[in-house]
Design a binder for this molecule. Structure first.
Ligand code: PMP
Length: 358
């Protein structure tokens, strides 16, 4: 039996994708071999790689002004790669902090230049987004970095900030969950393992004209210009992950693309927040304006019931609901692939649990 997996990532993959991967496991399209066994430089894999990039560009509407890179090292690798490729001989970067991932990104960037914190909601325990009118964006900053969805706190930007410097956005946990106007961004990056595939491959969408001569100590695998020139194959790429990413993008296209998936995501999140708000037993601490459609943290009125909640949920096939170790409580991650039925089953379980223990 397959469970409803509420993990924050790696997370659920579409069943048709897993089935297709199984069907193609031993012999990809008559090649006589698995994708895992192919040369990344051969014609078969080239086709897979090109198809994946074309789908990504189509789904997000990425123009030729941008490179699409498929890299390793996770979003965490990009925390460093971004300043290494964008700063050139300049030093100042602005960061908006709305959670612990943005804070980590800023800490890494400090190794390469001067990080100015334009705004932070840390004083509010990262439950909100500071009013953009009050952001202090350094006019000398090479870019402004923010995290469109903070995976741990469950805080998501419902808007794209309007600033006078290029925007760099960590979209790891909400990429492809809703339409975005890519032309408003300098860089968009995301690990695949939440909304678009398995762990091990990271998408970087970067406006070509923002690239400066990289920091002299930049590892060549993190050199955007070199990777772009090499079609993200400067060294052996994570071929199987790339292939699976392509299959998930095909599935997303079949769901009506990002517009189609957004409708479902709004419905799922509405259902879950509605149930939380209708109860005195469950509580979500996030400013309602900025609640995430992807990660829904909640606490129980009596934390001594946490263990029982998780155990009983698991028995119902609702797994990985434990909140991040830094905040405790519960967290339901309801990314693109989580079906409405999964959220309905969770809500029903929560209501029954409250009836028995509330
Ligand atoms: N940014 C965000 C918003 C994340 O949720 C995560 C992973 N949970 C990361 C960055 C780090 O990603 P990775 O593990 O791919 O380095």
């Amino acid at each position: 039996m397959r469970v409803y997996n509420f993990s924050a990532g790696p997370s659920m993959l579409p069943e048709p994708v897993l089935q297709r991967a199984r069907e193609e496991m031993l012999d990809w399209h008559g090649s006589g071999m698995s994708v895992m066994e192919m040369s990344h430089r051969g014609p078969h894999f080239r086709q897979i790689a090109e198809n994946t990039e074309a789908l990504l560009r189509e789904l997000l509407g990425v123009s030729d002004e941008y490179h699409c890179l498929f890299l390793q090292g996770g979003a965490t690798g990009q925390f460093a790669a971004i300043p290494m490729n964008l700063l050139g001989d300049r030093r100042i970067m602005s960061y908006v902090l709305t959670g612990s991932w943005g804070k980590k990104a800023a800490a890494e960037a400090k190794k390469y230049g001067e990080v100015m914190i334009a705004a932070s909601s840390e004083d509010a325990k990262f439950t909100t987004i500071p009013d953009p009118a009050a952001w202090d964006v350094d006019p000398e900053a090479v870019y402004l970095h923010y995290t469109s969805n903070e995976t741990i706190g469950g805080v998501e930007f419902p808007f794209v900030p309007e600033v006078d410097v290029p925007l760099v956005c960590d979209m790891s946990s909400d990429i492809l969950s809703r339409p975005v106007d890519v032309s408003r961004f300098g860089v968009i990056y995301a690990g695949a393992q939440k909304n678009m595939g398995p762990a091990g491959i990271t998408v970087v969408i970067v406006r070509k004209d923002l690239l400066r001569p990289p920091h002299p100590a930049t590892p060549q695998v993190f050199d955007y210009a070199k990777q772009a020139e090499a079609g993200s194959m400067l060294n052996t790429p994570p071929t199987y992950n790339w292939y699976l990413l392509g299959l998930v993008l095909e599935w997303l296209r079949d769901q009506g693309g990002v517009e189609g998936i957004e409708k479902r995501n709004i419905e799922k999140a509405g259902l879950l927040y509605g149930a939380i708000d209708a109860s005195d037993f469950y509580y979500n601490p996030v400013d309602p304006r900025y609640r995430s459609c992807m990660n829904v943290p909640f606490t129980l009125a009596d934390p001594s019931l946490d263990g029982l909640f998780l155990k009983e949920a698991e028995a119902e096939g609702l797994v990985n609901l434990k909140g991040h170790r830094s905040v405790g409580g519960m967290r339901a991650s309801i990314y693109n692939v989580m079906p409405l039925e999964g959220v309905q089953a969770l809500v029903q379980f929560m209501q029954e649990f409250e009836r028995r223990h509330g």
